[in-house]
Design a binder for this molecule. Structure first.
Ligand SMILES: [Mg+2]
Length: 390
């Protein structure tokens, strides 16, 4: 089997969108003077879809959501030529060829995301070529089904947040992640608002349900040090990305500060990036995203590293490419789950592009033993709502 063709297309959403409400979510741009609202920097309204075709007619599907047009350009200009004519079973060789072949300017960020998309398509091919789901190639089933946590609860009106939590509590979710709407720029009033929102959600879900707290890099070290002791009484399962991804010392300091575990990693890349985080005890929960971190080839190695360090891996974003790794890894106790809603921040867009994404039932998702590859196909229902760049 040889790789015959690589096609990268950008799917730009032009359908209906819901504007973010209220203070929505703190983010890294909050500390920079801005003339417009800052959340627009972090919307994901387009996606790169990669299709790799083999000489025996198998088509593998990969995807990347970071800077899609740039990722497409990197694939078109550099990566496609590195894998065409090669055997997809030589996936480690191909990964090293892409990683080392772009090393002078790549390594992290969008270059690694582009490599991830190719790697995902390659693993989809491998599964399809032997008629097995990808998780069966990675160690198989380590759990009957995957527990997942409900991940939305942006900072809107507190009553609305409580209603949202109640709705999904009633659907059987046993864990919830909420977003903070305020950071250092909002002074003490923002501190009070942040605490009110946590109290409001905790009141609805009760003490026997996990609560995760998300900062999305919108705080700084000083602010996080003030907030963490005040949050302890709400017993959060973790506090996510309090500071920007490069402030590893900040993560390490916060992770030792209180009983609250610090999580992160959705903006970290490669085995080396995670070795640094783990060596420094910077995070107590690892949250890579397979379509950023270097694909399945890299994520599988990071899982082994986390097992050795006894640090749980709970990948960012759910989605098929992450679920296969979670299913096959004892170090991975649960998954994030973005529910399907109208397109807002863009976390929902995956459902509009692909068929096959599992829907949670009673707080669990299931993977089928008999669906080969990653289990995704391109959806036709919403094609009219996308501008597709070839
Ligand atoms: Mg996050």
């Amino acid at each position: 089997m040889k790789i015959k063709a690589v096609r990268a297309r950008v799917f730009e959403w032009k359908g209906k969108t819901v504007p973010p409400q209220g203070n929505f979510c703190s983010n890294a741009m909050d500390l920079v003077y801005s003339k417009s609202e800052t959340m627009s920097t972090f919307r994901f309204h387009s996606w790169t879809v990669v299709e790799i075709e083999t000489d025996n007619g198998i088509v593998g599907l990969g995807n990347v959501a970071l800077a899609p047009k740039i990722a497409k350009a990197i694939i078109d200009e550099y990566l496609a030529a590195m894998v065409i004519g090669e055997d997809p079973w030589d996936y480690e060789y191909l990964w090293q060829k892409m990683y080392r072949g772009t090393h002078a300017w790549g390594r992290k960020g969008v270059a690694m995301a582009a490599i991830s998309a190719i790697d995902l398509a390659i693993w989809d091919i491998l599964g399809k070529s032997v008629n097995k789901p990808v998780f069966k190639l990675l160690g198989g089933r380590t759990k009957e089904k995957i527990p997942c946590y409900y991940s939305k609860l942006y900072r809107t009106d507190l009553n609305e947040m409580q209603k949202e939590a109640q709705t999904f509590l009633d659907q059987g979710f046993k864990a919830f992640k909420m977003r903070f709407g305020y950071g250092p720029a909002h002074l003490q009033q923002g501190v009070v608002e942040n605490l009110k929102s946590v109290a409001a959600v905790r009141e609805v879900i009760g003490d026997d349900t996990d609560l995760m707290l998300e900062c999305y890099m919108g705080w700084n070290l000083e602010y996080a040090k003030r907030m963490l002791p005040k949050l302890e009484k709400y017993a959060p399962r973790w506090l996510e990305e309090p500071v920007i991804a490069d402030d590893i010392d900040g993560y390490a300091e916060l992770n030792q500060l209180t009983s609250i575990p610090i999580s992160g990693g959705e903006h970290e890349f490669s085995l080396y990036g995670f070795k640094q985080l783990l060596d420094r005890k910077a995070v107590s929960v690892v949250q890579y995203d397979t379509n950023r971190v270097g694909g399945i080839t890299a994520a599988h190695k990071i899982n082994a590293l986390c097992e050795a360090y006894s640090v749980p891996v709970i990948p960012h974003a759910g989605q098929m490419h992450n679920y296969h790794l979670t299913m096959s890894t004892l170090a991975s106790p649960m998954s994030e789950y973005f529910p399907m809603f109208d397109v807002e921040v863009g976390n929902e867009l995956f459902y509009y592009i692909f068929d096959g994404e599992p829907v949670a039932k009673d707080g669990f998702i299931q993977l089928d033993d008999n669906t080969p590859g990653l289990g995704l196909t391109l959806k036709t229902e919403f094609l009219k709502d996308f501008n597709i760049i070839e």
